[in-house]
Write a new protein. Structure first.
Length: 561
């Protein structure tokens, strides 16, 4: 008997939305006009849908008044704030392609991103944490000091003409964000209205840079159609409605924030709540309590930080119902605590990648607990997924292979990079994710690791996720990351970086003793390090390649002593 193959295709009685992001906001404003749309406590902002739509329209007219035309790229370099969301919708209304700039970028990364996609305008905060954004842009474009606002001609940034700062007192060469809404007049407002009838859902509308472990970042190009529908179906799986309030502590520059969060809310009339410029666990807890949020998003490291915070028990989180955990694999024990201790009985796990807008799989609120904690759920509507072996052929159910996805959500390609696009999307339209996965007989998928993360020790294939899940069950372990490092004899050896719970102690011997007899000997970490934190991206993704390099340097130093 032929075994069923690891292939699923999502269906739905609800058709795909076929409208632009700007039209979606107009629709929401008409339907939910007086309902709360955006709540930003640190900026003292509480806007209704009608108000958010009006502000986005005014800024769109201001962008048009600058001479920007549909298809032009506008960079956005700022932490979470109301202006970020206004710019997201304003650029969509004007047919401009929003380019998300990572708030953690420094000078060389900023210069690369702006030039790679040819940004004509850049909206930026004046500073964030230790980053002087204005100062960094001036270093790349010193011509700002002597040019009129909107008239930049810079040697190192040949496409950039306008720098727009989120500051009411812009420095020389910059214009203020508030000026955009003052630049709209009857003619530009009419132009924005005219554009609404010409823009197409399949137009590119967003470029997001993916942070690979090697090489320059790639600009994943996404359409109105891909991000609007993905946000809609993510929220639909959580049964969002106009009575929900979503707390979004994840960065807006990433798909998790601007697609799953913002677009998920506006397509269901829910309220967007931004607890702060950047993630801070107690601020999230306080905001959930004060605003009576019904949903909370985050990567696993965020939920761990909230659960482990010293003041966690002081906050009333009983308003929470649902939410999404995504961005990296969720430890089973963490998922159980989110459900029990944070009242998120309907929390979902979501899986995807920037290039797929981002979600392909998501658990359902009524899935059995074991499915919600051990898998990433089932396929999303209108998305196909298959799992292939090393020969490129689809494997049988329960067999491990690389996960590939196809459908409306797949990016149009990497901006101005046909070769790297062809490396990721094959001729049949399948996006090769680089993630290892298995699919059970019911279509639930478990992400077992990354192709590049797999450790090969003495000919044995070792998957870090398996060891991590086991070590999470140690009572002293709060978090653990497992990766491979080169070894002359075995090819690679297993290394674990362990973060202990507050007031708990353990040493290498105790960790190894805990493993003995429980997991195969070759999976027991040879190297164990106890750390206070992990190197990670601004979105909370652990950077194992950084840890690997640090360990290689440490061991190289040890070997020469």
């Amino acid at each position: 008997m032929t075994r069923e193959l690891s292939y699923v295709a999502g269906t739905s009685d609800t058709p795909l939305l076929y409208q632009t992001v700007g039209t979606a906001l107009e629709t929401a404003a008409a339907k939910y006009g007086d309902r709360p749309a955006l709540i930003v406590p640190h900026q003292k902002i509480r806007w209704t849908y009608a108000e958010l739509n009006q502000k986005a329209t005014e800024v769109a007219a201001g962008l048009v008044a600058l001479g920007l035309e549909p298809g032009d790229r506008v960079g956005l370099w700022a932490p979470n704030c109301a202006e970020w969301i206004v710019t997201q919708f304003a650029t969509a209304k004007a047919g401009l392609i929003l380019v998300n700039i990572n708030p953690a970028y420094r000078i060389s990364e900023l210069e690369y991103a702006l030039n790679k996609v040819g940004c004509k305008a850049l909206v930026l905060a004046d500073s964030f944490k230790s980053s002087d954004y204005v100062g960094m842009l001036r270093e790349i474009a010193p011509e700002l000091d002597s040019c009129k606002a909107g008239k930049l001609t810079a040697t190192r940034l040949p496409d950039l003409k306008t720098a727009i700062v989120l500051n009411s007192n812009p420095p020389d060469g910059f214009m203020s964000f508030s000026e955009l809404s003052q630049n709209d007049d009857v003619s530009t407002a009419a132009e924005v209205a005219r554009l609404a009838d010409t823009l197409q859902p399949d137009d590119p509308i967003n470029i997001q840079f993916t942070s690979g472990t090697t090489g320059f970042p790639k600009g994943a190009t996404l359409s109105h159609h891909s991000i609007l529908n993905n946000g809609y179906f993510v929220a639909a799986r959580q049964s969002f409605s106009a009575t929900d309030k979503l707390c979004i502590p994840v960065p807006l520059y990433h798909c998790f924030g601007m697609v799953m969060g913002v677009l998920g809310c506006i397509t269901h009339g829910a309220a967007i709540v931004l607890p702060g410029e950047a993630f801070e666990p107690e601020t999230v807890l306080a905001t959930v309590e004060a605003e009576k949020c019904t949903a909370l998003y985050g990567v696993p490291t965020m939920f761990i930080a909230e659960l482990e915070h010293a003041s966690f028990s002081n906050y009333d989180l009983s308003s929470l119902r649902t939410g999404a955990m995504a961005g990296s694999p969720c430890p089973i024990e963490v998922m159980k605590r989110v459900i029990s201790d944070m009242h998120m009985s309907e929390v979902t796990i979501a899986y995807g990648m920037t290039e797929t807008a981002p979600v392909s799989f998501q658990s359902k609120k009524d899935d059995p607990l074991e499915k919600r904690v051990a898998t990433v759920g089932q396929i999303h509507p209108f998305v196909e997924v298959k799992i292939v072996g090393e020969d490129g052929k689809t494997v049988a159910r329960t067999e491990q292979g690389e996960l590939c996805t196809r459908g409306y959500s797949v990016m149009q390609g990497y901006w101005a990079d046909d070769d790297r696009t062809a490396e990721s999307i094959d001729k049949a339209g399948w996006m090769h994710t680089g993630d290892l996965a298995t699919m059970d007989d019911d279509g639930y998928v478990n992400i077992t690791g990354r192709l590049k993360d797999m450790i090969i020790r003495g000919g044995e294939n070792i998957y870090p996720r398996e060891i991590e899940e086991f070590l999470y069950t140690h009572p002293a372990v709060q978090d653990v990351q497992v990766f491979g490092i080169p070894d002359d004899r075995m090819g690679e050896e297993v290394c674990a970086w362990v973060l202990l719970r507050t007031d708990e102690q353990a040493d290498e011997g105790q960790i190894r003793a805990f493993c003995k007899g429980q997991i195969a000997h070759y999976k027991v970490p040879r190297y164990i390090r106890f750390v206070a934190e992990y190197p990670m991206t601004v979105t909370g993704k652990i950077q194992k390649f950084v840890m690997r390099d640090m360990m290689k340097d440490e061991l190289a130093g040890t070997s020469t002593q």
